[in-house]
Design a protein around this ligand. Structure first.
Ligand code: ADE
Length: 234
């Protein structure tokens, strides 16, 4: 599953430039029985299989390179992955992602091996692998030099806890739909104010939860007031 995803886009460029390394390890290589068994039936009954602790402990202990490594188990029971978590993970020299499978992972892995349990959303994937791809992509954007201009990470959605402002490119008019006039004004202060206002407006419309416990930047309350007033107008 992994080579195709990591052989394109910014991840490929980051790997080529030596800004980061990715290694994929098969848990079966860390088993000691002839069937290379990574899972077993759950104690106490119930259907399904559970990932055994020994191969996971052996694999993590073999690949972990220093004490700064952050070991994360991907599972739907984890804390919700977000931009702040991605940025924090990028500050570690090594991140070890354990992909859960089957009905679950032996609880001793969660309690005594992983530093964190992470979920990419409230749905159940058939394995942690697609979640690991999502985490690697989001984390790599915070690794210095990976995204061309540092600026574009700073302006990304969520970078400041709100959504991104709208973007436009040529043509100026498409099927009668015009690019907002302010973007041609050449007045950078005015454009910046417009972008901030639109970002707040979009956030208010689509993700009001993000604004609830957000410390607003100077000027934001004025812009939000303007937005509310415009909404009231018929
Ligand atoms: N494994 C299965 N479902 C998952 C999810 N939502 N997030 C992370 N890992 C998972």
């Amino acid at each position: 599953m992994f080579p195709s995803v990591f052989s394109g886009g910014i991840i490929r460029k980051a790997l080529d430039k030596g800004l980061m390394e990715i290694a994929v390890h098969d848990l079966r290589d860390y088993t000691r029985d002839k069937h290379r068994q990574v899972d077993d039936r759950p104690y106490g009954g119930l259907e399904g299989m559970v990932l055994k602790p020994e191969p996971i402990f052996a694999a993590v202990e073999a690949v972990r390179r220093d004490t700064d490594a952050r070991v994360c188990l991907l599972s739907p029971q984890g804390a919700r992955f977000d931009s702040a978590m991605a940025e924090e993970m990028a500050s570690h020299r090594q991140v070890v992602l354990i992909c859960g499978r089957y009905e679950g992972v032996d609880e001793r892995v969660i309690r005594h091996l992983a530093d964190a349990e992470i979920s990419i959303g409230d749905y159940v994937l058939s394995g942690g692998e697609p979640a690991a791809v999502v985490v690697v992509d989001a984390v790599s954007r915070f690794v210095g030099g990976v995204v061309g201009k540092e600026d574009s990470v700073r302006h990304d959605s969520f970078a400041e806890g709100i959504l991104d402002f709208p973007h436009y490119t040529r043509p100026r008019e498409f099927r009668g739909l015009k690019v907002p006039q302010v973007l041609f004004s050449g007045d950078h202060k005015k454009i910046e104010r417009w972008r901030r206002k639109k970002a707040l407006e979009k956030t208010l419309e689509k993700r009001p939860d993000l604004l609830r416990d957000k410390k607003l930047a100077p000027g934001d309350s004025g812009l939000l007031e303007e937005i509310q007033n415009e909404r009231k107008e018929p």
